[in-house]
Structure formats: C-alpha cells, structure tokens
Ligand binder design. Sequence first.
Ligand code: HEM
Ligand SMILES: CC(C)=CCC/C(C)=C/CC/C(C)=C/COP(=O)(O)OP(=O)(O)O
Length: 306
Amino acid sequence: MNMATSPLPTAAAAMPAEWRDFLALTKPRVMTLVVFTGLCGMLAAPAPIHPVIGFTAILCIALGAGASGALNQWYEADLDALMKRTAGRPLPAGRMERSSALHFGVGLAVFSVLLMGLAVNLLAAAILTASILFYVLVYTVWLKRRTPQNIVIGGAAGAFPPLIGWAAATGTVDPLPALLFALIFFWTPPHFWALSLFIRTDYAAAGVPMLPVVAGTRTTRNQVFLYSLPMAGVAVAPWPLGLAGYVYGVVATGLTGFFLLLAGQVALSRETDQAKMRPERRLFAFSILYLFALFGALVVDRLLGL
Ligand code: HEM
Ligand SMILES: CC(C)=CCC/C(C)=C/CC/C(C)=C/COP(=O)(O)OP(=O)(O)O
C-alpha cells in the first residue's frame, strides 16, 4: 500500500472524475476488509441464507460503511487538509462541496439501514445503525480529537460487521460472532498504533492526540504488544471452545504466533527514525493480511464441517 497515492482501487481509474471522488469518500480500500469480515460472519453462521438476501445484507454493510466513511470525511475536512496522507481527498483538495459529502453520507446511511431492515431483518439493521453511529459520532466527532483512547473505544465500530453478517443469517447473536467482535476490537489498537508510530508527525501536525504524539513511542510500542495478548487469546479461543474446527485452529494458532512475534519486535525495538521503523511497518501490513486470513480460514473450516 502506498499511502501517499490514491486510496482507490485501480479499476476506479476508468470512472468519471466526479464519481471517483464520491467513491473516495467511502474509503473503499479499508472497507474491503470491513465487508469481508461481514461476509465471513454471514457464511460462518449455521443457518443458510437465501443468496439474494445474503447479497443484499453484504451490500448494506458496504453502503453503511461507505456512508460512515463519507460522514467522517465531511466532519474532518479541516484535519485532513493538515495531513500529507489525507490532503488529496476530495474535500480538503477543494474538488467537492462539503454539503455534497454530507448529503451523500446521510442518504447512503439511511438507505443502507432501511434496506437492511426491510429486506433482511431488524437486528442486522440495528447493529448496522450502531456501527455507523459509533464510527461517526463516538469516534469521529466525540473521541478522535480528545483522547488517545479514541481508537480503543471508537474502534468498536469496525468490530460490528461479523455480528451484522451473522445476525442477517440467523436473526440472533451467538458466542462465535461475539468472539469475532472481540477479536477485531483487540486487533484494532495493534493495527492502528503500529501505523501511527510511523505517521505520527502527520498527526502531531494536525493536532490529533494519537498515542505516540501524546504518550511517546515507547508507551505506544508497549501498548501494541499488550493489546496483542488478549487479541491472541480471543483469536484462538473458538477452537478449544468447540466453535470452530482444526482447520481454523491450526491457521489461527500459526498466524497469531507470527502476529505476536511481530508485535514483540515492535515492543523491543528502539528505532526512533520515523522513516525506518521496519517492525511497525511489517506489523501494520501483516495485521491486514492476518484478519483476511483468519476470517477466510473460519469460513473454509465451517464449510468443511471439521
Ligand atoms: C478506529 C479504528 C481504526 C483506525 C483509526 C484505522 C486507521 C487506519 C489508517 C489511518 C489507515 C491508512 C489508510 C489510508 O491510507 O488512508 C488504515 C488502513 C487500513 N485499515 Fe485501518 N483503522 C481502523 C480500523 C480498521 C478496521 C476495523 C478495519 C477492517 C476490519 C481496517 C482495515 C484497514 C485496511 C484494509 C487498511 C489498508 C488500506 C489500504 O490498503 O490503503 N481498519 N487504517
Ligand atoms: C459497517 C460499518 C458502518 C463499519 C464502519 C466501521 C469502520 C469503517 C471502521 C474502520 C475505522 C476506520 C476506517 C478508521 C480510520 O480512521 P480515521 O477515520 O481516523 O482515518 P483517516 O485519518 O484516514 O480519516
């Protein structure tokens, strides 16, 4: 990933420029993993779901997540303008009116929740609503500019999609999706704080109180490792608890071991040159692969019925 370049998939390059900007508002690259975890939550559920209903549920997760990305960019265009990584986004770059982003975000949010409620079920719609509100109000508006714990509490927003997928298929919430929620919840701090270590000057320039800016790199390194421990426990737990079979268990154990190794390297590293910081770059990149692989393994495991 090159964070200095466009956040859009290459297929989007063929679109008219205005469409590309609306797509960019939805943070499509981050949302691929959000949608994947939602899809896997749905496919791991014991109840089969009609393909059309299933597709609609995933579409609603994608649209709801996109809506919250647009509302996040509407609210923090001022901050985005101050950071190299985000200054090229449609609002800070002056290619779009703020009101257009607001209308797009609210319209998409309302549409996704209504469609989920009408075509899928009320529980899935309620959890989708909670995740949109969590990302936009709790994380973006309330916590992001106030406390370095912003991503711990507000980060729960990104942990809801497996619950939504499961609820879409079953109409309930059970222990396995609750564990998947906890997995993403504890995964988020190592994922983000590893990244924040090597882009901390951007956050400092924008006055955002991210952990390395407020508490320093040493504390951040330790926190990355500390949060990786409960994450590891929750990641492996479905196997001994009998909620997943050995395919998941073996993949989860191996990948989680490697995650802990990388997090340990981040904790032990004394690197202060932001341009280098190799262990944290490795952990950030691996964190994304890790979640894709774990959720993929869970679905394979459930389909094989092992
Ligand atoms: C509050 C919680 C989180 C924060 C603050 C955060 C922050 C970030 C940031 C700043 C980036 C760099 C993106 C860019 O280049 O613009 C990133 C990348 C990414 N994040 Fe997170 N993230 C969070 C949670 C999540 C969650 C829950 C997921 C999915 C389950 C996720 C998936 C990704 C992916 C896939 C990328 C790579 C995007 C790319 O290739 O450009 N993140 N994250
Ligand atoms: C289903 C649903 C509604 C899910 C939404 C949850 C969600 C999008 C979680 C991901 C969180 C995220 C992209 C944080 C980026 O931080 P930031 O906004 O501080 O990043 P930035 O600096 O790139 O703007």
